[in-house]
Design a protein around this ligand. Sequence first.
Ligand code: J2J
Length: 536
Amino acid sequence: MAIEFNHWPEDLARHYRARGYWVDLPLGDILDRHQHSDAVALIDGERQYRYRELHQAVNRLAGAFQRRGLTTGDTALVQLGNNAELCITLFALLRIGVAPVNALFSHQRTELDAYAGQIEPVLLVADRQHALFRDDHYITALQSRLPGLATVALLNDGGERDLSGWIDEPQQTPVNGASQPGEVAFFQLSGGSTGTPKLIPRTHNDYYYSIRRSVEICGFNAATRFLCAIPAAHNYAMSSPGWLGVFYGGGTLVLAADPSPTRCFPIIEQQQITHTALVPPAVSLWLQALRDGVQANLSTLTLLQVGGARLSEALARRIPAEIGCQLQQVFGMAEGLVNYTRLDDSDEVIFTTQGRPMCPDDEVRVVDEDGNILPPGTEGRLMTRGPYTFRGYYRSPEHNARAFDREGFYGSGDLIVVGEDGNIRVVGREKDQINRGGEKIAAEEVENLLLRHEAILHAALVSMEDELMGEKSCAFIVGHRPLRAVEIRRYLRELGVAEFKLPDRVEMVPDLPLTAVGKVDKKRLRQIIADHQLAR
Ligand code: J2J
């Protein structure tokens, strides 16, 4: 059975096909088109896969999954870090029509519970090296709640459920069963602004277009040697153009565990990396390392993409000057719309804007609070629809009613200004989210967890400025007794929540300021914390 999702209206779907955006090929085609190639597709530490080998590994794992009963229309919860197995698993699932949620490696019990509860997976793929999977407690707990979760594969397990063992199983069955190109290929994770993390169904057609067009704009080809050091399961790393874009173009993907200069500089030199993608805090660390005189030959690097959070103009200008490569700003979202500065744009555009939509049929509107379209050059809310922008979160009709307007435009919660040349500047945000150096925190999700603490009466999470991360989080708390930040962080850690969501600072207050309509006045709270920071 096909996975349910909100379809595009017929007339738009017809238009997207007529314009050649939707080509009705499954995403597995990205590898199939290189299946006879001896070029190196993937380098993960000491391991190296040629396209031919990668394709075979994918087929073997797809067969192993199929023999264990997985079939078209099933769903899977996958949590793997930046390694070859993540790529192999994704393609194997695509081959047999199983739609995964690719959780980030930083996610813990709370996040995985929320995703599993929504998709009711029949398969779990995880890594023994992740704290949650060091023993079987969490797996057993998940299975008792989700009786359909019959199949478990574990990286670094060594036993019968060992993922690498499954990848090595000789293929005995012909594999087939990819879902239809118009159907859901997998779920992406929303940065979120609500209590429960939302899932974004992405179809083969829409996602494949976003990859092909990204490859074209960013100039990826067989000579591209792309370093992926940001979380590979993130939409940015997968599709802008990311590692799927590298494979589409026939280039080489080099994986790294994290974007630190100590990790990445030697890899860039040894692997002759030509392209990579970072978030702004990583750029700061790279520039600092170079200023500190860290010896590194980065001369092969031609393009550095930066996205996920606001990049200051000052930092942007330092990139070509100090790293010696071109900068490309990327303003994207897992929900769809991706904007790029173009390789032949002027310095002015590249340093001061977040680029423009990649597709001529991306419709972007800037509206006021009531949804009225604003004149060009005015700051307002971003609304968008297009051939690769989703039409609804998975099983979330109420939230969708708020997130979309009547014409199917999605409101990203970003405040933007569109210049005369069409380039966008992201100037703020009206969603209740903290962007911690590209990692998104839904304030309500953390507040709900805080409210479960016996000594907490009220809680509000807001952003505060941070030189390196751009933003960090501060929790304002009304409690029965004074609570220290360490205590609160420990409490949340024990509940099982990604480390980046733990409040960086805690302020105990007698009460929370309210707006005229009785909502917590977060603007006031942000001001209070800004004043505190100034006073220090
Ligand atoms: C300011 N804010 C930005 C930017 C994203 C490519 C690149 C990034 C993402 C991503 C992605 C920004 N300047 N350059 O999926 O394919 C903020 C906005 C946006 C939100 C989306 C991709 N680039 N942002 O970051 O789903 O607020 O996707 O709405 O994680 O990040 O977050 P996410």
